[in-house]
Ligand binder design. Structure first.
Ligand SMILES: Nc1nc2c(ncn2[C@@H]2O[C@H](COP(=O)(O)OP(=O)(O)OP(=O)(O)O)[C@@H](O)[C@H]2O)c(=O)[nH]1
Ligand SMILES: [Mg+2]
Length: 426
């Protein structure tokens, strides 16, 4: 038989429970409002954006400024940025098209940018920044200037410290890891330069001085294709709708490239709970906290805020991962790193699926032609779009956060086509 406490003991017990509840609530609200990083729960959205975004007039603390200096980031005053107008007469959004490339990527770079010009930028003249870990050849520069004669075009060298081993990495261990992965046929498993590239795209590209003056970037890779005329300005869309990250394709990562990534992410989250947005998008990454379902946005296409990566929260996250060594001891890609960060730091409404941008990066295609009205401006077959195919994670995104009507219509077309093919064969 259970003996219930009475009288003074009961009052004492209830009192203790009430005090404990109050303390828990108080500590939650304090940690929500008062993280050193101003992040993000309990802070009004605008203030939150101002804190993570280095916006003009944002209330930087001294600590923010010191941190930015340590991270090699310049806080740019808005007045120092020319307020050009685009050809449509509105003030220009501070957007830039960025490509990391080698000199021998010239042919692919020319094709990709040629298509982007034809489909979109000939109307807007957004500037281009090309980055390389080696100096660009005159041939590369002249050719690429010629493709977008009306845009400002800049060529930047990646600083050595953004493309080399940090001192805590044991290069012998890294070399052994590469050999082991190559022996197992892991894609790019044996490549040293690929690892520097992934680390650069994860943690450094946005610190390049040529990007200081911009708020948004569009990442383009050599040899990708833009399959549709792009009617509206995606940069402006991002700005006007408070979007911070945009994607067209998502899929599953190769697990062999990231054996300890998720464990490291979880450690980071446990050690820095104030970075983890309460209304985040992490459900997309799996149903159980201990298991990563390998979903990621395919980062060869990104239209996103540069300030997202310049935020203290992201830089702390990147530093944590970088210290863990997985960029070199494994083969962590910038795609899962960006995607996990985006899911942790942003709410779903800040992440945008750019359905209308028809896009191809070998071997995957996103095509928005789900209805005849769109067919006139695209060179792709919507019934072949990747969106809801089994290796895509975009369906999961729609299921969790809504949207995707066009993709569902396209998927229906896909099924009908397959059925028709099957019945023709039988
Ligand atoms: N400057 C420079 N750029 C690189 C290097 N390696 C890759 N890149 C660029 O980094 C981006 C990603 O590299 P990719 O080789 O396309 O990697 P991926 O998309 O995972 O693989 P693919 O399926 O081969 O396209 C591209 O813009 C490349 O041009 C390098 O060593 N130096
Ligand atoms: Mg590529």
């Amino acid at each position: 038989m259970i003996t219930l406490p009475r009288g003074r003991t009961l009052r004492l017990l209830i009192g203790t429970i009430l005090v404990a509840i109050t303390l828990v609530c108080l500590s939650n609200s304090l940690s929500a409002q008062d993280s050193e990083y101003g992040f993000p729960n309990g802070i009004a959205e605008k203030a939150y954006l101002n804190r993570i975004l280095h916006q003009p007039g944002s209330p930087y603390t001294r600590a923010d400024v010191a941190f930015a200096q340590r991270a090699g980031i310049t806080l740019v005053a808005v007045d120092s940025v020319a307020n050009n107008s685009d050809t449509l007469g509105k003030p220009r959004v501070r957007g830039v098209i960025v490509m990391l490339a080698r000199n021998d990527d010239l042919y692919g770079a020319k094709n990709a940018i040629g298509q982007l010009e034809k489909r979109f930028n000939h109307k807007y003249h957004y500037p281009y920044v090309y980055l390389n870990d080696e100096p660009f050849s005159e041939d590369f520069k002249t050719t690429m200037r010629g493709i977008s004669p009306e845009s400002d075009v800049q060529f930047g060298l990646v600083p050595k410290e953004h493309w080399s081993y940090p001192d805590w990495i044991n290069q012998t261990v890294a070399a052994n890891a590469r050999s082991e992965m190559a022996a197992k046929d892991v894609i790019y498993g044996g490549s040293e330069s690929y690892r520097h590239m992934c680390r650069f795209n994860s943690g450094f590209f946005f610190r390049h001085p040529l990007l200081d003056q911009y708020d948004y970037y569009w990442r383009v890779e050599p040899s990708v294709e833009f399959l549709c005329d792009i009617p509206d300005d995606p940069f402006r869309y991002m700005q006007e709708n408070n979007k911070l990250y945009g994607f067209t394709v998502s899929l599953y990562e190769f697990p062999e490239t990231i054996p300890t990534l998720w464990k490291t992410v979880r450690q980071f989250m446990n050690e820095h709970p104030s970075f983890v947005r309460k209304d985040n998008s992490m459900r997309w990454l799996g149903n159980k906290p201990d298991e990563y379902n390998l979903c990621h946005f395919w980062s060869n296409f990104e239209i996103a805020s540069l300030h997202l990566w310049r935020s203290r929260a992201y830089l702390e996250f990147f530093n944590y991962l970088d210290k863990a060594g997985g960029f070199f001891y494994e083969r962590w890609g910038d795609a899962p790193v960006h995607s996990i960060a985006v899911s942790m730091l942003l709410k779903p409404a800040q992440i945008h699926f750019f359905n209308e941008i028809g896009y191809y990066h070998n071997p995957i295609m996103h095509c928005p032609v789900d209805q005849p009205a769109m067919a006139g401006r695209c060179q792709c077959d919507g019934s072949e779009t990747f969106d809801l195919q089994h290796y895509s994670c975009t369906g999961r995104w729609f299921d969790l956060f809504g949207g995707g009507e066009a993709s569902r219509r396209a998927f229906k077309l896909q099924q009908e086509r397959k059925r028709a093919e099957r019945s023709k064969q039988s």
